[in-house]
Design a binder for this molecule. Structure first.
Ligand code: SF4
Length: 308
């Protein structure tokens, strides 16, 4: 399939959501479509990997409010709400506050309102604006940290560095919004694996997010990394190397870190989780060591998933 075969889908079409929002059968309300950045080397989400393209846009507020009315009328009370789109926090704060307040008004007993965010969008908002989002009822933000290494972030064209990620993460927490960070195992390839481990442990220690979640790098068509990989300019980690990266990140965390940790993505080679890594760190490392020393995993071939 090439770009000319791809259909451009409208803003209200939801392309992705976090696995946890799928597992909790959350109400998915599209707020933005596409991604205002759309340049990360490893990402094909809005560029065709799902057989479609979605350009960045903010939905008209009337349409979003109509969706919320629909869920009220059809008795979707008591479900979590996920404000969908690659980076809804790129929208003006006033617009977001109105939407979140309307969710809270129309749909009863909503246990959680959440959305994705990009660090630079957070840094464009003042502390007061972040507070307004928290007070309106935004409970949790999912942010792609990917790695704590500024070098790898630059290579991957993430458009931000470790300093900005730290600042954005801390400001979200300070505003009273929970923060869930994604870490991509293998993002530095074999060449920068150690750098990825050291710097990611360092930034997680600095931010101490509410939650961090591992996922494993798979290289998808329509991403820039796909061509680099095909030209042997990037090496995927083996299953055992991914598990070792995770083990070493956990082992290098500072003892202040109290985050919940999850491996809740189908790309992962384990599903270990904890409600508090400070209390469960030894168990976590022991379980990972157990996998790492298992000859079946040592002999496991790496497969690359092209759709997740
Ligand atoms: S990883 Fe996130 S920020 Fe980067 S291009 Fe994809 S959707 Fe946009």
């Amino acid at each position: 399939m090439n770009n000319t075969d791809l259909q451009i889908v409208p803003t209200e079409y939801i392309v992705i959501r976090p696995p946890v929002e799928g597992a909790s059968r959350s109400i998915l309300i599209p707020v933005t479509g596409g991604c205002s950045w759309n340049r990360c080397v490893f990402c094909g989400t809005y560029k065709g990997m799902y057989g479609i393209i979605q350009n960045y846009a903010i939905r008209p507020i009337e349409d979003v409010l109509k969706d919320i009315d629909y869920y009220k009328e059809h008795n979707y009370h008591g479900y979590p709400v996920f404000l969908a789109g690659g980076n809804p926090t790129s929208a003006p704060t006033k617009y977001l506050v109105e939407i979140i307040k309307y969710v809270r008004k129309q749909i009863k007993s909503v246990p959680r309102v959440s959305c994705y965010a990009k660090a630079l969008d957070i840094l464009r908002k003042s502390d007061d604006e972040l507070k307004q989002l928290a007070e309106a009822g935004l409970d949790i933000i999912y942010m792609g940290l990917e790695t704590g290494s500024s070098k790898i972030l630059r290579i991957m064209k993430k458009g931000t560095n470790a300093k900005s990620m730290t600042k954005a993460g801390k400001r979200i927490l300070k505003a009273g919004i929970k923060l869930s960070l994604y870490v991509i195992l293998g993002l530095g390839g074999k060449k920068f694996s150690q750098e990825h481990v050291n710097e990611t442990a360092k930034i997680l220690t600095e931010i101490n997010p509410t939650i961090f979640r591992f996922r494993t790098l798979n290289i998808v068509p329509f991403s820039e990394l796909w061509n680099k990989w095909k030209n042997n300019e990037f090496e995927l980690l083996s299953p055992i190397e991914n598990l070792k990266e995770e083990r070493d990140i956990i082992a290098n965390l500072g003892h202040n870190v109290t985050s919940q940790v999850f491996n809740d993505h189908l790309s992962n080679y384990c599903s270990i989780e904890t409600p508090n890594i400070k209390l469960d760190r030894k168990m976590f490392i022991k379980t990972l060591d157990h996998f790492i020393n298992d000859s079946r995993i040592q002999n496991m071939q790496r497969t690359n998933l092209t759709r997740m």
